[in-house]
Design a protein around this ligand. Structure first.
Ligand code: AMP
Length: 126
């Protein structure tokens, strides 16, 4: 059973449909465990989403249930993707919204990778 307040994994969420090829995406990277693609509503010059191929609803779920090799593979892929996009020198931001208070919209675990310009403060004050 998934971990987090988001309930059971919805196999028809938009990222599940991208993984099945039912919805197109602008792919950046893919291996056996990970897919990365450009966000459809970019919030920075570089805004890429990195997702595991297996069904986890959130970071809480992924961190609790994914295997060590899967977590290591995901983390290394994330670093490689950022490097390949040329972000290492100037820097970048990695962010994952988990659950209601974070405003998670898509219930398939994903990490946002932002870069390409100064990104400003981490959160708006207040
Ligand atoms: P979150 O609020 O963390 O769940 O972020 C979900 C992200 O998915 C948002 O930044 C959306 O713009 C993005 N998104 C939604 N549908 C698509 C899609 N079909 N292709 C690429 N990105 C998408």
């Amino acid at each position: 059973m998934p971990v987090s307040g988001l309930g059971a994994y919805d196999p028809d969420n938009v990222f599940a449909r991208i993984l099945r090829g039912e919805i197109p995406c602008r792919r950046v990277f893919e291996d056996d465990h990970v897919l990365a693609f450009h966000d459809i509503r970019p919030l920075a010059p570089v805004h890429v989403l990195v997702i595991p191929k297996r069904p986890y609803v959130s970071f809480a779920d992924f961190s609790a249930r994914a295997g060590d090799a899967e977590i290591a593979g995901f983390t290394r892929a994330l670093g490689r993707i950022a490097a390949t996009l040329g972000l290492d020198e100037a820097g970048y931001r990695v962010l994952s919204n988990m659950g209601a208070d974070a405003g998670q919209e898509v219930p398939h675990f994903h990490v946002h990778l932002f870069g390409g310009a100064p990104l400003g403060p981490m959160l708006a004050p207040g």
